[in-house]
Design a binder for this molecule. Structure first.
Ligand code: PGA
Length: 254
């Protein structure tokens, strides 16, 4: 499969930024610009804004996504939401393994793998994030680290289930910092990720898997990043909060 045959994917990660009113207003502003575009678009909102987002998205092609779930089916997990609740909110994608969750909320490789299993068992799709810290990059351990993250998360995931997995390469040093990985740096790691997937599942599946870049992607740098062979889209934080910036990225897909 050639790059052109992988449907590009642009996902917004609103993180913990918007009230319900702000969510509705932002969706209203971007919705027309996301119609009839070449890429799939998803918006990851905090669970409490899911219903508002769903209403604002009604009738559009834009998918609803959530930023996290718990792996347990149900029970005494104060503050958490289950896969069944995520499904009930009509989310289609769940972001898992985001570095902010790994660093601040105890989402170890083991927890990420359990969450991935729960989400796939529940029939939803996943944006699985991997990425290295600045010190890992400086020590030359980027690829080793990403390999370990992928191996842990994907062990036990079948080839059939991989159809519902999108990978996002997010170098931690580039997230929310304004420092973007150069297109070559990002392309190199995304190519490495495709190679790892090929090692696990074979070339055909790897060529069909979508790999996103995330980390200070914006209207200015999107086109160059997205033109890399192994980059099939973006996971957008800061720039997703500004309608015109986000739409520039969506348009950059072509
Ligand atoms: P950023 O965030 O675009 O603000 O760097 C990306 C992300 O964390 O998913």
């Amino acid at each position: 499969m050639r790059k052109e045959l992988r449907k590009p994917f642009i996902a917004a990660n609103y993180k913990m930024n918007l009230t319900r009113g702000e969510t509705a207003a932002l969706i209203k502003a971007i919705r027309p610009g996301c119609a009839f575009v070449a890429c799939e678009v998803a918006l990851a909102v905090p669970a409490i804004n899911a219903e508002t987002a769903l209403k604002a998205l009604k009738g559009s092609e834009i998918q609803l996504a959530l930023q996290n779930v718990h792996f347990a089916e149900k029970g005494a997990y104060t503050g958490e939401i289950s896969v069944a609740m995520a499904k009930d909110s009509e989310a289609t994608y769940i972001i898992l393994g985001h570095s902010e969750r790994r660093e601040m909320f105890g989402d170890t490789d083991e927890v990420v793998a359990k969450k991935l299993r729960a989400v796939l068992d529940g029939g939803l799709k996943v944006v699985l994030c991997v990425g290295e810290s600045l010190s890992q990059r400086e020590e030359g351990k980027t690829l080793e680290h990403i390999f370990a993250q992928l191996k842990s998360a994907l062990s036990g995931v079948t080839a059939k289930e991989m159809e519902r997995v999108v990978i996002a390469y997010e170098p931690i040093w580039a997230i929310g910092t304004g420092k973007t990985a150069s297109p070559e740096q990002a392309g190199e790691v995304c190519g490495f990720i495709r190679g790892v997937i090929s090692g696990f599942y074979g070339d055909i599946l790897a060529e069909g898997t979508r790999i996103l870049y995330g980390g200070s992607m914006n209207g200015q740098n999107a086109q160059e990043l997205l033109s890399q062979y192994d980059i099939d889209g973006g996971l957008i934080g800061s720039a997703s909060l500004k309608p015109e910036e986000f739409l520039k990225i969506v348009k950059a897909v072509g």
